[in-house]
Ligand binder design. Structure first.
Ligand code: NAD
Length: 288
């Protein structure tokens, strides 16, 4: 299948690579100079000069972009030249509203737009075992499901347009508090003079274990944050969640608190660090 992939960042780079390994013909595009060329040099395929050139003639378009404004810009640049019956699979984490708007536009012209945000981090993207939560129409999903199987351990159509983004919001609500709790637990142990490695060894087998503990505790102990899911992107996700919660009059006190704590991390210079750098905020406050 001929697939355009737009946005070769921390996630998209690996996802596009899996598609290529699965035998698809890739046309790639990224706004950052030289990135598409570098990807094509490593994995084959074609580096397109712009979005319109990338999507024209493709049966499927995948995008992995920072947020709503970038998705809107890319959609506006590509929609007019989309092939008849094309399916656009968006893996960005965005508002549910933009997913509904783009899906309506797609359906009206016999195409499909599937909102398909992912969970599992850059490790999941690299290993090809992401969780994909989707919203959209059945015809589009029948095609999209086969495509995303190249990098998904689990891919589920939750409901109509926007349902994937709402599910991702539920995911982020669940993980936000866990990240801060992990930062509090590890910094507390450190401050008490305990060996964090020994503490972790036992906690990983106890009731406090989690994806965050398994995948982030070592880097939190080592204060290494130059990887993963940036504080800026996590703040974007929580802002989307809190907007949606305001509309639904839903109470999310822990999520709101973690959003504020992450703004402290940004002020400390951690905007581009992985968001588990909440640990540094704790360290700063607990320092003896
Ligand atoms: P990233 O910033 O590393 O990558 C985004 C890419 O999009 C960049 O390479 C950028 O140059 C490109 N881009 C931006 N505007 C563009 C445009 N107009 N045209 C073409 N390319 C453009 O971000 P990421 O970490 O890969 O995340 C991508 C999406 O996936 C985000 O919505 C994020 O919330 C979500 N996500 C990320 C993770 C993670 O661990 N990094 C995990 C789950 C979900």
């Amino acid at each position: 299948m001929k697939i355009a992939f737009i946005g070769l960042g921390r996630m998209g780079w690996h996802m596009a690579a899996h598609l290529s390994r699965h035998g698809h013909v890739l046309v790639v595009c990224d706004a950052a100079p030289g990135v598409a060329q570098k990807w094509a040099a490593e994995f084959g395929g074609v580096a397109a000069a712009n979005v319109a050139e990338a999507v024209s003639g493709c049966e499927v378009v995948c995008s992995s972009l920072p947020a709503d404004p970038e998705l809107r810009a890319v959609w506006d640049a590509g929609f007019a030249v989309l092939d008849a019956g094309a399916v656009w699979i968006d893996h960005s984490t965005t508002s549910a509203e933009i997913a509904r708007v783009l899906a309506a536009q797609a359906i009206a012209s016999g195409k499909s737009f599937i909102d398909a945000p992912v969970s599992g981090g850059t490790v999941g993207a690299e290993k090809g075992n992401l969780a994909v939560m989707a919203g959209g129409d059945e015809r589009g999903w029948a095609i999209a499901e086969k495509v995303v199987s190249a990098y998904a351990a689990r891919a589920t159509l939750i409901g109509g347009p926007g349902a994937g983004q709402l599910t991702k919001m539920a995911n982020q609500i669940c993980v936000a508090g866990v990240g801060q709790a992990l930062a509090e637990g590890l910094s507390f142990a450190e401050n008490a003079g305990l060996d964090p490695e020994k503490v972790l060894e036992v906690m990983l087998k106890g009731s406090s274990t989690s994806w965050m503990m398994e995948n982030r505790s070592q880097t939190m102990i080592a204060a290494k944050y130059d990887f993963g899911f940036s504080t800026t992107l996590m703040r974007k996700d929580l802002a989307l969640v809190l907007d949606e919660a305001r509309r639904a009059d839903a109470s999310l006190p822990v999520t709101a608190l973690v959003a504020q704590l992450l703004s402290d991390v940004s002020k400390m210079g951690g905007a581009s660090w992985d968001w588990c750098s909440l640990m540094e905020r704790q360290r700063k406050l607990l320092k003896k």
